[in-house]
Design a protein around this ligand. Structure first.
Ligand code: SF4
Length: 268
């Protein structure tokens, strides 16, 4: 029997996919990335294979995993015709769904474009490897997370070619930077810290949590574990600030949801 994991945005297709797969259990848990391979659940349910939709491989697991990347066909030519940015060399990047559009964009932009490749969740190494050759990046896809990650990691201007609206917009990370600085300043007075660890296979990093605990000494800290890290699960736990060792987007995108300062380990 197979165990189907599917991102929330594709759940409307879950039953069609299940019909194609045959003997299958559909996981209804949210699935934000290929870091989240739910092998324990699959084994518990007697499944011998996971079918993981919408992401490409990131981690190894004990159980067989088939990744179904789900490429979209999008022609960026019209939107690129209206491209009006002052930068000369443009690094081209995208999420897995729009990798085929990068080749079209390269042809349209010619020598101005340098191919970077896929941004895989929080892994922006394909942008970092061309950072010295480009003045800015153009991300082809939907949503802002990947582009924000590239802007914060590289320090270069990043534009999104939003495939849903067929238009180009610049990513503004100033708000995220202000929120980070505020969290750093407020947490200086924290006496007791909570170190957040996710039990998701590709996010779990207990070694890092212990290193953080050592770094925070002599301040008191507690390691707090859960599957998906959500603020409501922390209600009643009397710490003054958090360090997040799981998915970095939790602290970057949802920093203000926690009611207390939250930092990623490299922000302490
Ligand atoms: S850790 Fe977060 S950003 Fe990285 S792949 Fe997983 S869900 Fe995506």
């Amino acid at each position: 029997m197979k165990f189907l994991q599917i991102p929330d945005g594709l759940k409307t297709k879950a039953l069609e996919i299940a019909d194609e797969l045959g003997d299958v259990v559909i996981s209804c848990e949210s699935c934000y990335g290929s870091c989240d391979i739910r092998e324990d659940e699959a084994k518990l349910l007697g499944c011998d294979e996971i079918v993981h939709y919408g992401h490409s491989k990131m981690i190894d697991s004990d159980i067989k995993v088939e990744y179904v990347e789900k490429r979209e066909s999008y022609d960026p030519t019209e939107a690129l015709g209206k491209l009006n940015i002052k930068f000369n060399k443009i690094g081209l990047i995208s999420a897995v769904q729009f990798l085929d559009s990068l080749d079209i964009a390269k042809k349209v932009l010619g020598n101005r474009a340098i191919l970077g490749g896929q941004v895989l969740g929080c892994d922006v190494s394909n942008a970092e490897k061309i950072v010295d050759k480009v003045d800015c990046f153009l991300f082809i896809g939907s949503g802002k997370f990947h582009a924000i990650g590239v802007a914060l990691k590289t320090g270069k201007p990043v534009f999104i070619l939003n495939v849903e609206h067929n238009r180009i917009e610049e990513v503004d990370v100033r708000l995220f930077e202000k929120q980070r600085i505020a969290a750093q300043v407020i947490s200086r007075d924290a006496k007791v810290w909570g170190i957040l660890v996710s039990t998701k296979l590709g996010q779990m990093n207990i070694k890092l949590a212990k290193q953080v605990r050592d770094k925070l000494k002599p301040k008191k800290s507690y390691i707090l574990s859960m599957d998906e890290i959500r603020p409501e699960k922390l209600e009643g736990i009397k710490v003054d600030a958090y360090v997040n060792t799981a998915c970095p987007r939790i602290a970057i995108e949802n920093r203000t949801d926690f009611g207390k300062p939250i930092l990623n380990p490299d922000e302490i």
